[in-house]
Design a protein around this ligand. Structure first.
Ligand code: GTP
Length: 282
């Protein structure tokens, strides 16, 4: 993956990795806190139900690039549902966690997705559906295919994990991190393209009208030899018989490249007298 210009990431100090807010969503006891704990501290232990929200940070090193995750672990209990919305505002990524041994938690994850869809524009957040507790395979109520199918139908990333066995936990966060950096890179590319288009639009029209005239009235007996109007592409070269070769630069006029003996002089490398190029943008 190409390297992202980290200095231009939103929320980051110049030269520092991008900061992305990632929110863990899902009903109670699906293993949100356990996934966060496993990922951040490589630990698994009995945890009390989350009250409100817990917060972790983690630097993700992907080799070619790195980023900072702010991980918001929300409480899954129903009584906290309404406040969870406060926590997922401003998120760049969300993990929708369900427990593969509980169908109800899979349905709840789908409801969380609806909430996210109401809050964010399509594509604004990277969303991964995570089926946790694969170590309890015998008690499965949600198959791998069901999870995969639902994720595909909604354009979500998808993985199954076991926080207990440390199965695919880092992979989940890394996959989200890669997706975020890729999107950031695309965004920056589009901004650059937009800037370039803007710059092009600011230039005069591609066709310009140049009026070349010899202005050397101070020379005795001299008069304007030619008053010519041409249409020229920016940056093009034009040859005028007796007037030499000129480069045409809209906005900056025309510049003599090689004199053709203009200004009344014959065979000289520079025209005599003063020359002027007037430009009219079309
Ligand atoms: N077998 C197994 N148990 C797990 C796994 N992950 C979490 N648990 C257990 O599931 C229970 C709930 O885990 P939590 O991490 O507290 O779940 P939560 O989603 O944060 O719960 P709330 O705070 O209520 O929202 C705990 O007893 C964990 O030990 C897993 O991968 N496998």
């Amino acid at each position: 993956m190409a390297q992202v210009d980290e200095a231009s990431c939103p929320g980051a100090d110049p030269g520092q990795p991008c900061i992305f807010k990632l929110v863990l969503l899902g009903t109670d006891s699906v293993g949100k806190s356990s996934l966060a704990l496993r990922y951040v501290k490589n630990d698994f232990k009995s945890i009390l139900p989350t009250v409100g929200c817990a917060f972790f940070t983690k630097v993700v090193d992907l080799g070619a690039a790195s980023l900072n995750f702010e991980i918001w672990d929300t409480a899954g209990q129903e009584k906290y549902h309404s406040v969870c919305h406060l926590y997922f505002r401003g998120a760049s990524a969300a993990l929708l966690v369900y427990d593969v041994t509980r169908k109800d938690s899979f349905c709840k994850a789908q409801q969380w997705l609806k909430d996210l869809e109401e809050e964010f524009h399509p594509g604004e957040v990277v969303i991964m559906l995570v089926g946790n507790k694969t170590d309890l395979g015998k008690e499965r109520e949600v198959t791998l295919e069901e999870g995969k199918e639902f994720a595909e139908s909604k354009g979500l990333l998808f993985m199954e994990t076991s926080a207990k066995l440390n199965h695919q936990v880092t992979e989940v966060f890394n996959a989200v991190a890669r997706e975020l950096l890729q999107r950031e890179e695309t965004k920056q590319g589009q901004t650059l393209q937009g800037d370039a288009r803007l710059a092009l639009n600011e230039r005069p029209s591609r066709q310009v009208r140049l009026i070349l005239l010899d202005v050397a009235p101070q020379l005795p007996g001299h008069q304007t030899l030619r008053n010519d109007t041409v249409r020229a592409e920016p940056g093009s070269e034009k040859h005028f018989a007796h007037w030499g070769r000129w480069t045409i630069t809209p906005g900056a006029g025309a510049h003599l490249l090689l004199g053709g003996g203009g200004g009344g002089g014959r065979g000289g490398s520079r025209p005599r007298g003063r020359w002027q190029c007037q430009e009219e943008a079309e």
